[in-house]
Design a protein around this ligand. Structure first.
Ligand code: PDD
Length: 280
């Protein structure tokens, strides 16, 4: 299989030829941020929103963006052109750069920019037909989950709990509230109203979350952005997760209990169908 096209500090090269210093602060400290952008039929999906979030993450960690918006777009276009596939997941990572190990950083460092274009993983049919299974865990992440930071240790440990329970995603619980998944946002349907946690420092402001809210508006379905008590997870009519790669998936089991009748619900189906229409 041929290697994925990649980009490192101004150069386009095959993924396996990319090398960074062990003194890169991304490697030493997890000091960096990332973005993941899906591409359908060679067209980046919601690109402007992803680039805005990239810019915001950089500002929040006090790194000056090494590229302008048009340069980021050019980088993405070049990776798409170099790819064999037309449906892609473009991963972009910016770290603070390379320096002798010291918590203190200089303000004039040169950021390391890495990007790669991988084939977009297909959402398994059985996830759409039968729904997915979720588990819950205590959210042990820091208080700035709104930054798309590469330091994902708590997310990884949480995700592994799902995998070990033969589930797909783990929902993070903090102060008795259900916030989001380890790598996705959470939606819940109760008496015809859809709920999702508001944008604050405790969740990642998902691009797919925003898109799903727009779809619900288009469908004339009320969506409230408010805290979701943990026990609502066990008494909801529907539960969904959203992310760029998973799109919108219905969960039919949580912590080994059925969600409603254990089948993907009607509100999800309408939202999913409209999502597919907009993608094309
Ligand atoms: N994860 N919340 C968290 C913690 C996430 O890591 C993600 C995405 C989301 C959904 O964001 P979006 O809709 O913009 O993809 C929410 C990506 C896909 C990842 O880490 O690979």
């Amino acid at each position: 299989m041929s290697s994925a096209p990649a980009f490192l500090n101004g150069e386009y090269l095959p993924l396996e030829e990319c090398r960074v210093s062990v003194l890169d602060r991304g490697f030493i400290f997890g000091d960096g941020i990332y973005e993941l952008i899906t591409v359908y039929q060679n067209q980046p999906f919601y690109l402007a929103q992803h680039l805005d979030r990239l810019q915001r993450s950089l500002s929040e960690i006090k790194v000056v963006s090494p590229y302008s918006e048009s340069e980021w777009k050019e980088l993405i276009t070049n990776l798409i052109q170099r790819s064999e596939d037309q449906d892609l997941a473009i991963y972009i990572q910016v770290t603070r750069g390379v320096a002798p190990r010291d918590h203190v950083y200089a303000n004039n460092m040169t950021p390391t920019v890495f990007a790669m274009a991988n084939k977009l993983p297909i959402v398994p049919k059985k996830f759409l037909e039968k729904g997915i299974e979720l588990v819950t865990t205590t959210d042990t992440r820091w208080q700035r989950c709104d930054i798309k930071a590469i330091s994902l240790l708590a997310n990884i440990l949480a995700k592994q709990e799902a995998t070990e329970a033969d589930a797909v995603e783990t929902i993070m619980i903090r102060d008795d509230c259900a916030l989001e998944g380890s790598a996705s946002n959470l939606f819940l349907v109760r008496n015809g109203i859809v709920y999702t946690h508001p944008k604050d420092n405790l969740i990642l402001p998902g691009i797919t979350r925003d898109f799903t809210i727009e779809l619900l508006e288009e469908l004339g379905i009320e969506c409230k952005q408010q805290h979701i008590p943990k026990d609502w997870l066990y008494s909801s009519d529907e539960l969904w997760i959203t992310s760029s790669t998973k799109e919108v998936l219905a969960a039919t089991k949580i912590d080994q209990r059925l969600v409603a009748d254990g089948k993907p619900g009607e509100v999800w189906r309408k939202t999913y169908n409209l999502y597919q229409q907009h993608k094309m």
